[in-house]
Design a protein around this ligand. Structure first.
Ligand SMILES: [Fe+2]
Length: 196
C-alpha cells in the first residue's frame, strides 16, 4: 500500500542544558509563547499549532552528565510531522512494517496520537495525528493533564491497527488515553534519562 505523506511539518524538540536561556531566545527570535512548562519540559508556539518547539532540560533529566556527555546529549531530539488521519498513521505503519521499517515508540500524547521512527543515521522523527480542534483546547489539556502525565500512554500499534481495520471509530481508538498509565520515556531519549 502506498505511503500517505504528512500534511505538514509540525514541530521540533530540543534537548538543552540552557533551559531558560533557550526559552528566552525562542521567545525573542520567534515571538513564541510558552504553552506549558514544568521543571523538565516546556512547549512553545508562535501560531495556531499547539507546539512548534519543545525543550527538554537535560540538567534536570540527566543532572550528572559529564562535559563529554553534554555535547552528546544536547541538540535535536526529534522533529514532528502531522498526518491527515488516524487511518493514514495506522496504514502507513502497516506499509512500512512490510518494508522492515518499524517505530521505536508508540505513544498517545493526549493532544496527539504518535509513532516515532529513526532514520538510518538515527535521526528521530514523530508522525502524529492531531486530536485537538484548536490551540486553546491544547492549552487546556496541557494545563489540566501535563503536570501528572506530560509524556502520555503507550499503545500497541498492532492492536490499534486491528481495531481500526475492524471498524472501530477514530474516536474510540483515541479514547484509551483517559486514565491510562503514565508512559516511561522510550527510544534514544530513554538512554539519556536511564529509563530504557
Ligand atoms: Fe514531538
Amino acid at each position: 500500500m502506498a505511503i500517505t505523506a504528512p500534511t505538514k511539518f509540525a514541530h521540533i524538540v530540543y534537548r538543552t542544558r540552557r533551559f531558560q536561556e533557550m526559552l528566552d531566545w525562542y521567545s525573542t527570535v520567534f515571538s513564541a509563547r510558552v504553552q506549558y512548562k514544568n521543571p523538565a519540559l516546556a512547549f512553545m508556539t508562535y501560531d495556531d499549532e499547539h507546539h512548534r518547539f519543545a525543550f527538554a532540560d537535560m540538567s534536570v533529566l540527566q543532572p550528572d552528565g559529564s562535559e563529554t556527555e553534554i555535547s552528546d546529549t544536547i541538540g535535536v531530539d526529534h522533529v514532528g510531522y502531522t498526518l491527515g488521519s488516524v487511518g493514514d498513521l495506522l496504514e502507513n505503519y502497516a506499509s512500512l512494517r512490510e518494508k522492515g521499517i518499524s517505530p521505536y515508540w508508540c505513544v498517545h500524547h493526549g493532544m496527539t496520537l504518535a509513532m516515532y521512527y529513526a532514520d538510518p543515521d538515527g535521526n528521530q522523527m514523530e508522525f502524529q495525528v492531531d486530536l485537538m480542534d484548536s490551540s486553546e483546547d491544547a492549552s487546556k489539556m496541557m494545563a489540566t493533564r501535563f503536570d501528572a502525565n506530560p509524556i502520555g500512554v503507550e499503545y500497541d500499534p498492532e492492536e490499534l491497527l486491528a481495531c481500526y481495520r475492524a471498524g472501530t471509530t477514530p474516536a474510540e481508538l483515541l479514547s484509551f488515553y483517559e486514565g491510562g498509565p503514565v508512559s516511561p520515556i522510550r527510544g534514544a531519549f530513554a538512554k539519556l534519562v536511564g529509563s530504557a
